[in-house]
Design a protein around this ligand. Sequence first.
Ligand SMILES: CC(C)(COP(=O)(O)OP(=O)(O)OC[C@H]1O[C@@H](n2cnc3c(N)ncnc32)[C@H](O)[C@@H]1OP(=O)(O)O)[C@@H](O)C(=O)NCCC(=O)NCCS
Length: 160
Amino acid sequence: MVIRDPDPRDEAAWRRLWSGYTEFYQVDVPEAVTALTWSRILDPDGPVFARIAEMDGKIAGFAISTLHPSTWTAGPNCYLEDLFVDQNVRGHGVGGALIDDLLRLAEKKGWDRLYWHTDAGNETARALYDRYTKADNFVRYRIPLSDYIEWGNSERDAIG
Ligand SMILES: CC(C)(COP(=O)(O)OP(=O)(O)OC[C@H]1O[C@@H](n2cnc3c(N)ncnc32)[C@H](O)[C@@H]1OP(=O)(O)O)[C@@H](O)C(=O)NCCC(=O)NCCS
């Protein structure tokens, strides 16, 4: 298995896996956003980056992360947003290899923290993650801002 940076020739294979990933989460990511994500992945100057796992010449999985500054640490933090392995090759160490790779990069590049979220009920993923660290007790609050703006408008309309 090889873990490497993606290049433009990987687009079709990445898109196949990406659609498996969005199906797994039952989300409909608009085509324009998928295209933007791929272009961000390929932009060497942006904060988003991906690592690709290749097995026998085929793309078997990906990790997509964003590097950002933090108020709590001097060095960058790496947020692993998307981790996905082709279902035909799960259980053979690809997911673990993608996380190990990020830990190696963190050490090499001086990042201060690697973190990610998962669904509390995603037992398969958590069995893997529990090998690295214990989950903390933080709970996520997330507001799709278009809903919030609509809500704000309707509140204002109601108030007059
Ligand atoms: C989570 C995921 C990335 C793990 O990838 P993977 O390549 O199978 O991971 P690894 O082979 O390195 O580790 C697999 C571990 O998961 C657990 N596991 C439990 N059931 C499993 C199954 N049916 N298949 C594979 N792994 C399973 C085991 O703990 C296994 O460790 P073991 O090999 O020591 O038994 C992969 O299952 C996946 O893409 N799932 C769908 C998307 C997803 O949930 N992504 C994470 C979102 S945060």
